[in-house]
Design a protein around this ligand. Structure first.
Ligand code: UT7
Length: 333
């Protein structure tokens, strides 16, 4: 029988420093009330100087490894998703591999921003089902706080984003109980690349790093918030429906929906669009903020540990973000 890919361990890590909306009020013209009403966020976590995305990834990975109860030496591949690698190159996959002492196993870096975890899950799922690898560490991590514009000019972005990491261990399940990843559906529309991006640095500029770009704030991420909002509310339900249809399942079959934690209003609109009851929707953006690729695995780990996701449940993940990219994954837990 064909193997399905099953999640055998989950873990997450957020840096200890909590930044509240009140803390942000001291930096820019914003208010706790505005941030709560428009995004549902009360606080987020920011790293201390010197801590990189790979450091958060390693902590989350260690927790997922412990949760799976495995010897790290048996991991045979790494997939790492982030938009905020420690360095322009190489990606964080190799740094995670070295920091965990995982020998010379391969490390794939995935660059699909908010959809990064689901894109990475899809890639890992193909490797496992093909029999190429038997135990994959998939980690998604972000440090965004060190490159946000905390002046009034950047307030639409900087209040939303936080730092954190989530990880899962993936293995084949051949025992015929139906557990595992049922499908992944990936979508993209590059016509909207500039609607949510970090324009600079760009190797198209010679030299790439120019003082003028810094002065103009072009090294900060930028977003057409309204357009992102509208598309996110439309595309995530579409991706979920594509997954349900491919598996002959209905919205009523879903036990837990984990939307990318972009904005709580978006999560609620996605739930409304799918007509799925609120209690089935996993939401933690109030405490964690938007952690881009890391948001789904962080929410997943919390939900599993809280007993909201149990064996046999139909778990649906969906994401939308920069690219634009959007995606869904259906997992029989
Ligand atoms: O991770 C995936 C990518 N990101 C997302 O999915 C986020 C998608 N977009 C959003 O979540 C929302 O568009 C935002 C939360 C970013 C903004 O909410 P909005 O309801 O769309 O507000 P808006 O951009 O239309 O701005 C309304 C007002 C503006 O003032 P004026 O022009 O009406 O005077 C903004 O300047 O709110 C102002 N504003 C703020 N005020 C206080 C924008 N940011 C802030 C702020 N504090 N932090």
């Amino acid at each position: 029988m064909t193997a399905r890919t099953v999640v055998t361990g989950t873990g997450h890590y957020v840096p200890p420093r909590v930044v509240t909306n009140r803390d942000l009020e001291k930096l820019m013209d914003t208010s706790d009330e505005w941030i709560r009403e428009r995004s549902g966020i009360l606080e987020r976590h920011h790293v201390e100087a010197g801590i990189g995305t790979s450091d958060l990834a390693v902590e989350a990975a260690r927790r997922a490894i412990a949760d799976a109860g495995i010897d790290p030496a048996t991991i045979d591949f790494i997939v790492a998703a982030t938009l905020s690698p420690d360095h322009y190159f190489p990606g964080i996959g190799v740094l995670v591999q070295a920091k965990l002492g995982l020998g010379t196993i391969g490390a794939l870096d995935v660059r699909n921003q908010c959809s990064g975890f689901i894109y990475a899950l899809s890639a890992a799922d193909q490797y496992i089902r093909a029999g190429t690898y038997k135990r994959i560490l998939l980690v998604a991590a972000e440090v965004q706080s060190t490159n946000l514009d905390f002046s009034d000019k950047g307030r639409d972005m900087s209040v939303l984003f936080g730092d954190g990491a989530g990880a899962v261990i993936l293995e084949p399940n051949t025992n015929g109980d139906g557990r595992g990843i049922l499908s992944t559906h990936l979508f993209a529309d590059g016509n909207f690349a500039s609607h949510l991006w970090m324009e600079k640095p760009s190797p198209m500029d010679s030299p790439t790093f120019q003082t003028g770009f810094f002065e103009e704030g072009r090294f900060f991420p930028k977003m057409e918030g309204r357009n992102v909002f509208v598309n996110a509310c439309q595309r995530m339900p579409e991706a979920v429906r594509a997954g349900l249809e491919a598996n002959g399942l209905r919205v009523e079959d879903i036990d837990a929906l984990i939307p990318h934690q972009a904005n709580d209003r978006i999560s609620l609109m996605v739930a409304k669009g799918l007509k799925i009851p609120g209690e089935k929707v996993i939401r933690n953006i109030d405490r964690i903020g938007n952690t881009t690729a890391a948001s789904i695995p962080i929410a997943l780990d919390e939900a599993v540990k809280a007993g909201r996701i149990r064996t046999g449940h139909l778990v649906v993940l969906t994401a939308f973000g920069s690219g634009y990219t959007w995606a869904s994954a259906l997992i029989r837990w």
